[in-house]
Design a protein around this ligand. Structure first.
Ligand code: SAH
Length: 408
């Protein structure tokens, strides 16, 4: 890996560069922080002094009160402190921020060529940039700041200016969880049409203003590419298809026919449009707007079968309390998924719930498939791609599970 380039732009990436606030650990989490787990929960701090979300702070250990990290603070959040730097100097300044941004950018330059122009540029904690996420679709960057502390800590306008100067994007959009989640143009002319980009040479578009996430599920890119050649000549079912990522990849891989199922009408319309955009024959794709559970129940009762079945649902367990309910939803999908998969054919089941770990998910798959009186052979267990890096010490950031099986 080449050394990150340092830029001296005289910019201010951070809204505040002073860090006079100190926080003291109540428990011995020093090892965890030093090993690279950047989160400290509120109950692990000795006290929660009043301060604005996003205030820079120094974290002291619980024994001798020595500084172990510098980061930013949010007394109103469960994650009260996010570490940015766990080595001397415990200072947050533009040099630090720019070095992290350019290191993230140099990784993406090594990962992608001109056949893939949609990817994640900054993956928050995984790029050492807590709370700062940015996806790129060709010449448009979409920034998402994770919560009020990150929004107050990072200076989004300066980051947008850096992106334009260094990465070749010409427009920058901000997406927020607040304000209904819709985006706004920070830099560049407002465009009404979705933004076109390439994924392994295949044409897609992203609705960067109103689409889910930042407009596309970039995290499944390599899993779509894995399935592509396996769809040659096959009848394919893509459940929870969104805008047809897996469907179009299957079509480009030579699928005989693809059915896309999603409850959202705009998603199905976009899947149809993406199919046409790649010059695939219209009679080989059927977009169905339906509830996925009902569609699968009906298909099972009618004994319909496909040769490749992909089931990539939304996060059923966004919190710890929903884990049990999520487990039974995954079991149900595995049950129906196996039932509609032809013997000796392929079934891919995915989970993007960070609260369901891989063993728990595999167990749900096993239970569902055996309830359908079928058995499966695992061909691969995949996760998120290299443009979604995660700290080794932070397993909960590796949220994506993608299990590819042959069902006997
Ligand atoms: N596989 C997709 C991403 C799927 S995201 C890709 O590669 O791009 C999950 C999708 O599930 C969303 O598009 C959402 O509209 C859809 N969805 C959520 N609940 C649903 C339900 N009960 N039935 C059908 N679709 C549903």
């Amino acid at each position: 890996m080449p050394a990150p380039r340092h830029y001296n732009l005289g910019m201010s990436f951070l809204r505040s560069q002073s860090s006079r606030l100190t926080l003291r650990l109540a428990r011995d989490l020093t090892r965890s922080v030093k090993r690279g787990h950047p989160w400290v929960f509120a109950d692990a701090l000795r006290d929660l002094p009043p301060a604005e979300p996003g205030t820079p702070a120094i974290l002291l250990d619980n024994t001798r009160g020595r500084p172990i990290a510098v980061g930013f603070y949010d007394p109103s959040s469960g994650v009260a402190f996010r570490a940015c730097r766990v080595e001397e100097p415990f200072r947050l300044n533009d040099e630090w921020a720019e070095a992290r941004c350019s290191q993230a950018w140099s990784l993406r330059q090594r990962l992608f060529d001109e056949t893939t122009t949609g990817y994640r540029l900054f993956n928050g904690e995984g790029d050492g940039l807590p709370g700062l996420v940015c996806d790129r679709y060709a010449d448009v960057a979409v920034i998402k700041l994770d919560g009020p502390a990150a929004s107050a800590f990072w200076d989004i306008d300066e980051i947008a200016a850096w992106l334009v100067k260094h990465t070749g994007v010409t427009a920058v959009v901000e997406r927020r969880k607040q304000r209904g989640g819709a985006g706004r143009w920070l830099i560049g002319h407002e465009r009404r049409e979705p933004i076109e980009f390439l994924e392994h040479g295949v044409r897609f578009t992203a609705d960067v203003i109103n689409g889910q996430k930042t407009g596309f599920f970039l995290d499944q890119r390599e899993n779509r590419q894995t399935l592509r050649p396996l769809c040659d000549g096959a009848k394919v079912l893509n459940v929870f298809s969104y805008t047809g990522g897996f469907s179009v990849m299957a079509g480009c891989g030579g699928a005989a026919h693809v059915t896309s199922v999603d409850s959202a009408e705009p998603a199905i319309a976009a899947a149809n449009a993406h199919w046409r955009l790649n010059g695939l024959p219209e009679d080989k794709h059927t977009g169905v707007q339906a509830d996925a559970f009902e569609f699968l129940d009906n298909a099972r009762l009618k004994r319909r079968k496909w040769e490749v079945v992909i089931i990539d649902p939304p996060a059923f367990a966004p919190s710890q309390t929903s884990v049990n309910r999520a487990g039974s939803a995954y079991r149900k999908l595995a049950f129906n998924g196996a039932a509609v998969t032809d013997r000796g054919s392929l079934l891919a089941l995915a989970s993007c719930s960070s609260h369901i770990d891989e063993p728990t998910f595999l167990e749900a798959c096993e239970e569902g498939i055996s309830e359908a009186r079928r058995r499966a052979t695992v061909l691969g267990i995949h996760s998120q791609p290299a443009d979604h890096p995660t700290p080794l010490a932070m397993p909960e950031f590796r949220y994506l599970k993608f299990v590819l099986m042959r069902v006997e």
